[in-house]
Design a protein around this ligand. Structure first.
Ligand code: DMJ
Length: 480
């Protein structure tokens, strides 16, 4: 009986959305009522699915970085485990009220030693481990967790000791030695996202440690990229950390650049810094001028040459689908809605997003799809910001499709090819941090989690704005 009622409520929601046109009357008209009607069911189901996948990680892969859900074993990124999944999972457990699981992860974090003789990728461990640890501290205020966070942050800092202030690709957690990762002869080259996605975690760490050194390192890296923009105001995509020279002259919003923009905007929401917000305002104008392309009636953000601004490839990647969320949060709803409409259109072609899509050829370039969160994140933001029910409907659809193609007997798995839906033996750590969380928050009660109270890092760890005192942050971060 309950199931029938639930489905009736979803059908009412979907048909209401379909019949309401995109005029202003749509705004707020059905959203509240229908969300309220279907709330209990949806949060419940997503919570149950989260627990199911989490218990599979615990059973088959506890202590490893992540779960291989088809072969049912653990997998590590490096020769020693960092145990990444729990750090990524904590804030999702907390948001879902899974207190026992959250407590277990807090204990696990306390037991973890970072004195490991391994080279770790600074970008990836910053957003997942440092971000995850900060989320635990933000939530618990456990001083022993703060010691762990500071210890981890201190082990990343040597990566920023380069002639340019741009971090090296990898750092050894024990020795502080650094390394590149681009292969023989390419020198210490990294992409823009790896170079300059630190303002949020390092800002929060500076705030809690009351020590500006972290934020200042992150800021220097962001400024180092921005200062090397071309004559038309665009950065490239790959840069030599030692010389500051661009080694590739393409520019886009795809993985490799994406979070550089996300952080120069979002960090200002927690820690307003005029020098960073100026960089964001300038950059956004350039994105709109050079990357936005209307092609056959749809909005794309394309790949251009950083010097000429000419289109070099009509390609988009599923990572770019984070940008409607940023546009909407910035207040540019017109472009946010156009942009997300394109992503939803691509989703409908395949029932998932392929990793890379060539829009002028209407074909897939990289066909894999790995439970990524970006389109869900943007639909969640746009629903919260506009109140339009069509964005909630989108997330229902994505959830249903993802369950159809990617759910197995123990958890969820990635897809090797969206055209065949062949399963891939991989469950990325961000599935716990981001994908499940955004699905859940899309239908969560505003009284339990108010979107307006938080800023999410790029790995969806939520930080409450009111935790950061507007009178103190400048001193703690060293902002003039
Ligand atoms: C996440 O790890 C982060 O959001 C990152 O910034 C890029 N995208 C992946 C998930 O797709």
């Amino acid at each position: 009986m309950k199931t029938i009622l639930i489905w009736i409520s979803i059908l009412i929601l979907i048909s209401s959305c379909a019949s309401s046109s995109s005029n202003s009357k749509e705004k707020n008209s059905i959203a509240q009522v229908t969300i309220a009607d279907s709330l209990a069911y949806d949060t419940e189901e997503i919570r149950t699915e989260t627990l199911r996948a989490w218990n599979a990680y615990k059973k088959y892969a506890w202590g490893y970085d992540l779960l291989l859900p088809l072969s049912k074993k653990g997998f590590n990124w490096y020769e020693e485990s960092l145990g990444i999944s729990p750090f990524d999972a904590y804030s999702t457990m907390a948001v879902m009220g899974l207190d026992k699981e959250a407590k277990e992860i807090e204990e696990y974090a306390l037991s973890k030693s970072w004195d490991q003789d391994i080279y770790v990728q600074v970008f990836e461990v910053n957003i997942r481990i440092l971000g995850g640890l900060l989320a635990i501290y933000d939530d618990t205020k456990n001083p022993r967790i703060l010691e762990k966070v500071i210890d981890f942050g201190d082990r990343l800092l040597p990566a920023f000791n380069s002639p340019t202030g741009i971090p090296y690709h990898s750092v050894n957690l024990r020795t502080g030695k650094t390394s590149g990762n681009m292969g023989e002869g390419r020198g210490n080259v990294i992409n823009v996202a790896q170079a300059a996605t630190y303002l949020m975690e390092f800002g929060i760490l500076s705030y809690y440690a009351k020590d500006p050194k972290y934020y200042q390192a992150a800021k220097k890296a962001t400024q180092a990229i921005f200062d090397r923009k071309s004559e038309i105001g665009l950065p490239g995509d790959y840069i030599n950390v030692d010389t500051g020279e661009w080694t590739n002259d393409w520019h886009y919003l795809q993985a490799g650049v994406d979070a550089y923009y996300e952080y120069m905007f979002k960090s200002n929401l927690l820690f307003p810094d005029p020098e960073i917000s100026e960089i964001w305002d300038y950059s956004l104008q350039k994105i709109n001028q050079y990357l936005a392309e209307d092609y056959e009636g749809r909005r794309f953000y394309t790949c251009v040459n950083m010097h000429s601004g000419e289109v070099v490839k009509r390609s988009v990647s599923l990572y770019d689908a984070f940008f409607p969320a940023v546009q909407a949060l910035h207040g540019d709803l017109e472009n946010a809605e156009k942009n997300l409409a394109t992503w939803d259109w691509i989703w409908d072609k395949y029932g998932l997003l392929p990793t890379r899509y060539l829009y002028a050829k209407d074909s897939v370039e990289y066909a894999n799809s790995e439970l990524n969160p970006e389109i869900i994140e943007s639909a969640y933001y746009l629903h919260q910001i506009t109140g339009k029910p069509k964005y909630l409907k989108m997330n229902y659809k994505y959830w249903k499709d993802m369950k159809d193609c990617c759910r197995n007997d123990v958890a969820f798995h990635a897809i090797e090819d969206v055209r065949t839906m062949k399963a891939k033996d991989y469950l990325a750590t961000y599935f716990f941090a981001e994908t499940l969380k955004y699905f859940y928050l899309a239908v969560e009660d505003k009284e339990k989690f108010d979107f307006n109270d938080y800023v999410f890092n790029t790995e969806a760890h939520p930080f409450k704005k009111s935790n950061f005192d507007r009178k103190k942050y400048k001193a703690y971060l060293g902002i003039k």
